[in-house]
Design a protein around this ligand. Structure first.
Ligand code: SF4
Ligand code: FES
Length: 309
């Protein structure tokens, strides 16, 4: 059984298991700590909004922690609304509200925490509603799609599909739109279609009652993102092994025999290295066996990038 501690949160003694997050202990004991980027739907929390800060006093020292990812490892005293926390949270809310000036939730929270006045100098960056909590990206990855991610840096950072184009990986499941706390992902739906991230999907319906089941693409997903990438990498590694064996058996002039199992992969070899039917064109690039190494290496990269689009 896990070790337990008695911790005091806002004057109330609460029992916490070793390693349990402070935010969870508080919630279980009826103490609400504001949170924006924390969702019960995911086991991992990215702790990007910092609204859930609290002050922890242990062994005579006080520190400000992010309660949704702060594991309890001993007895301590916690203040969720000390003057320092109230002031810090006010600044955080003012910054988040400036980041998402069109969000009603952010405006309401900012005004509730007294962050409406005195922070006028924080000019809104754009007209959006996104606070970059990252929940939509997490939701998309857990659906096995990996269609959206964080793009750009600094003040230009945003969530989008690659190059902002309609993504082939998106299945139109709406998980991203449903999980975001600030209504920041727009979508449209009528009786026949659903449009999200610049892509329009046909809706499929129950054959019996006609209820909307989702998009056609939603029923096509069989593998999660990581397994899909592994499957591609395995396929490429298999091709590489086949080519190696064929070359040992027949020698280089018979490389066209090795091209049979995967036409696409070898079309890439020809395209990149200018291989002719008589053998590799040495003026243009590497011999064919380094081309196959290139394919295998690209398979390796796919594994390394699992989880990213
Ligand atoms: S709608 Fe598209 S982008 Fe959003 S979670 Fe589903 S697959 Fe990902
Ligand atoms: S809820 Fe803890 S950092 Fe966002």
């Amino acid at each position: 059984m896990a070790k337990t501690y008695d911790i005091v949160i806002d004057g109330k003694t609460c029992m916490a298991e070793h390693g349990e997050y402070l935010w969870d202990v508080a919630k279980r004991n009826g103490i609400e700590i504001p949170a924006l980027c924390r969702s019960e739907a995911f086991p991992e929390h990215h702790a990007s909004c910092r609204v859930c800060i609290a002050e922890v006093v242990a062994r005579g020292r006080s520190k400000v922690v992010t309660s949704c990812v702060y594991p309890i490892e001993g007895e301590c005293e916690v203040h969720t609304n000390s003057p320092k926390i109230v002031q810090d949270r006010k600044v955080l809310m003012a910054l988040l509200a400036a980041r998402a000036p069109e969000s009603d939730l952010m405006a309401a929270m900012a005004s509730h925490m007294g962050a409406g006045e005195g922070y006028e100098r924080l000019k809104p960056l754009d007209a959006g509603k996104c606070i970059l909590c990252g929940l939509c990206v997490q939701a998309c990855e857990s659906m096995g799609a990996g269609a959206i991610s964080t793009v750009n840096r600094g003040v230009d950072k945003e969530i989008n599909t690659p190059y902002g184009a309609a993504s082939d990986d998106c299945i139109g499941c709406l998980s991203c739109a449903n999980v975001r706390p600030t209504d920041s992902i727009p979508f449209k739906e009528d009786s026949e279609t659903r449009t999200i991230w610049n892509r329009t999907f046909e809706l499929s319906r129950c054959k019996e009652c006609g209820r909307v089941l989702g998009t056609q693409q939603m029923s096509d997903v069989e593998l999660c993102d990581a397994c899909r990438r592994k499957a591609i990498a395995n396929e490429l590694a298999e091709t590489y092994r086949f080519v190696q064996n064929s070359s040992r058996e027949f020698g280089r002039p018979h490389i066209q025999m090795a091209a049979k199992p995967d036409g696409r992969a070898f079309a890439r070899i020809r395209e990149r290295h200018g291989r002719t039917d008589d053998g590799p064109d040495r003026r243009k690039g590497a011999p064919w066996h380094s081309s196959t190494a290139m394919i295998a290496t690209s398979g390796h990269c796919l594994i390394g990038n699992a989880g990213r689009s």
